[in-house]
Design a protein around this ligand. Structure first.
Ligand code: COA
Length: 324
């Protein structure tokens, strides 16, 4: 049966490293608090890199490392909640930067918050399975730093900027199971408001603040359910067990969420690839950045099976079980 295989991964992060100590000079926090509550030690924050710049650099890194000609790409999906423009899409801008502007390429952005890369891979996989695309570039790219309230210690210490890219193509082995889900969240437990209604015809509207807001405790509870639910579903769909899985690459949100899942599901914590200490939560970019580093580490061999699992605003969640 035709499936799709991940044939390349790449990442890009801004040059500027911001440590916990740097943040403790901005808000009432400490290295000890951030490390013990989240596992984060530092994050990259953009000084001038845009979401499109990072998406381009991550894609280029994947193409160069795995010797892929960008001209072979016929589908570009960018997952982002911090695009440079509402229009054109980041994917269209990326297409142009990659020199693909006169080619037959479908390019669009998706927003599934921190589950964006998992949703994007699933969509690309379906296009490939149906023959609508041959080679797909899926990128999660974020400059979340511009959405943060830098006076709010409960959010500004958690997030970072970056991009992760993967390339998929048709193959007889690769993605074995995929699962995505979404739960409309009336309480907006994780949100970034967009432009307020503003026109001569609008009812009077109070301008909403444009920064990210988060109910950390509710999101922690949701994440603990969502990661388990997604892993259980892809294992069930594939007929495999956790013993068949070499690594889990989770959305890098909080080391305590990983520890909790490891304990509740009796999965050795070493099975989770975690790099949150270096980057914080980079939303849709985090799984791609982690996967790229894991592949670079030489620990994944042909035939190894991995689970990529994400969760985030929406509330959204999902997982991909893939053989390398
Ligand atoms: N530095 C120091 N203290 C802080 C702080 C910070 N950066 N942020 C919050 N605090 C304080 C709170 O004000 C609170 O003080 P109080 O007891 O005097 O009211 C105290 O620390 C405990 O806050 P609490 O929210 O209970 O901490 P926590 O242990 O639940 O950890 C999170 C907070 C945000 C780290 C945790 O809830 C979490 O990780 N949630 C999931 C968030 C997430 O993953 N979001 C993205 C999903 S894609």
């Amino acid at each position: 049966m035709i499936t799709s295989k991940i044939i390349a991964a790449g990442k890009a992060v801004p040059a500027k490293i911001v440590t916990n100590d740097d943040l403790s000079r901005l808000v009432d926090t400490s290295d000890e608090w951030i490390k013990s509550r989240t596992g984060i030690e530092e994050r990259r924050i953009s000084q001038n890199e845009t979401t499109t710049d990072l998406a381009y650099e991550a894609s280029k890194a994947a193409f160069d490392k795995y010797k892929i000609d960008p001209a072979t790409i016929d589908l570009i999906i960018v997952a982002t909640i911090s695009p440079d423009n509402f229009m054109p899409s980041t994917a269209s801008l990326l297409q142009e930067r990659l020199g693909l502007n006169n080619r037959h390429v479908m390019a669009f952005d998706i927003n599934a918050a921190c589950t964006g890369l998992v949703y994007g891979i699933q969509i690309a996989h379906k296009f490939i399975q149906t023959g609508s695309a041959k080679r797909a570039l899926v990128v999660g790219s974020e400059t979340l730093s511009r959405t943060l309230n830098w006076e709010d210690r409960s959010t500004c210490v958690i997030f970072g900027d970056g991009a992760g890219a993967v390339v998929l193509e048709a193959s007889d082995r690769g993605i074995i199971a995929d699962y995505t889900n979404s739960l409309g969240d009336p309480d907006l437990n994780l949100a970034i408001p967009a432009l307020p209604l503003k026109s001569p015809f609008a009812d009077e509207m109070t301008c909403s603040p444009s920064c990210m807001t988060m109910n950390g405790a509710e999101i922690f509870k949701f994440a603990s359910f969502a990661v388990k639910d997604a892993i259980v579903h892809v294992l069930e769909k594939s007929g495999l067990t956790m013993d068949d899985i070499k690594f889990i690459v989770p959305h890098q949100a909080n080391m305590r969420i990983v520890s909790k899942i490891s304990k509740v599901m009796h999965i050795p914590v070493e099975k989770f690839y975690v790099n949150i200490k270096n980057y914080g939560n980079t939303s849709s970019a985090s799984i791609g950045i982690a996967l790229d580093e894991l592949l670079d580490s030489g620990q994944v061999h042909p035939g190894d099976k991995l689970i990529l699992v994400g969760f985030g605003g929406g509330l959204t969640w999902g997982a991909i079980l893939v053989e390398f």
